[in-house]
Design a protein around this ligand. Structure first.
Ligand code: IPE
Ligand code: IPE
Ligand code: MG
Length: 257
């Protein structure tokens, strides 16, 4: 497995197109309610937007796209809505996996999948295997995912492999390989649609130095043009990773770590 260094340990390469984009796809329910339709219609529409954004990321050379589809807190929603989301999840996996493979897109799931029913778990396993050799884009779906869960499960796995771990031995390098996204660099750009400016327990560890972009656009309306707006905004950020602007202007001033 490729190991990626942490942004707090070393300065990542800064690229014009973000290597890793992480999105909280929010606003499906409000999109539907505004049209006097049941909330779940918004989820179906939202799936169309996911499809568009996956293809666009693939086209322009984003290497990793991660979408928060269902949080560990979303089980608190009404059972009918949760049930609909589960059906949609299964249906979309079945419907999309061949197209992903044909487009050289590798699908991965992060989150505690044990709470999903057997059919979903089997389909996830099948989809991951079917696209495992694909290289152009890694598309990760976070499902029953929570950032705190991720850090805790990583710590548990550390202790499982090294039961005699001493407090002074605990460091980032030890934990990082056990985090669910150890296969990817940390996100360069985070996008949240739907107007809220919060992280909602998404990738808490991995977002340490990510540029955060918030838009009022509701997810089903988020299209290629909106993605490019986010990229334009991203390209104007000065990613300092703790250094000063003067150091960025003349690298000779920094003893890069
Ligand atoms: C995001 O849209 C999709 C999921 C959480 C599955 P919402 O369903 O949260 O839509 P709003 O925020 O209620 O409009
Ligand atoms: C966050 O959306 C999680 C997903 C998009 C899956 P929510 O709409 O559930 O977030 P909060 O609870 O309003 O912050
Ligand atoms: Mg929401």
């Amino acid at each position: 497995m490729t190991q990626h260094l942490s942004s707090t340990q070393s300065i990542p390469e800064v690229t014009a197109i973000p290597r890793h984009v992480a999105i909280i796809v929010d606003g499906n329910g409000r999109w539907a309610s505004k049209r006097m339709m049941p909330r779940v219609v918004g989820h179906s529409e939202g799936l169309g937007a996911v499809r568009k954004i996956v293809q666009e990321c693939r086209r322009i050379g984003v290497e990793y796209l991660t979408v928060f589809a269902f949080s560990s807190e979303n089980w608190r929603r009404p059972p009918e809505e949760v049930g609909f989301l589960m059906k949609l999840f299964l249906k979309s996996l079945k419907g999309e996996v061949s197209r992903l493979a044909e487009n050289d897109i590798c699908l991965r799931l992060i989150g505690d999948l044990s709470r999903f029913d057997g059919a979903i778990q089997e389909m996830v396993e099948f989809s991951e295997k079917r696209t495992a050799g694909c290289k152009a884009l890694t598309f990760t779906i976070a499902a029953n995912y929570g950032g705190r869960w991720d850090i805790l499960q990583a710590m548990q796995r550390c202790l499982a492999v090294s039961p005699n771990l001493k407090p002074e031995d605990v460091n980032e390098d030890l934990l990082q390989p056990h985090l669910s996204m150890a296969y990817a660099p940390e996100p360069d750009l985070f996008i949240r649609t739907g107007g809220e400016q919060r992280i909602s327990n998404f990738l808490l560890w991995q977002l340490a130095y990510t540029e955060l972009y918030f838009t009022d656009v509701l997810w089903p309306d988020f299209d290629e043009a909106e993605l490019h707006k986010a990229f334009d905004w991203f390209s104007q950020r000065e990613r300092r990773f703790g250094r000063t602007s003067a150091q960025l202007a003349s690298p000779a001033l920094s003893d890069a770590v």
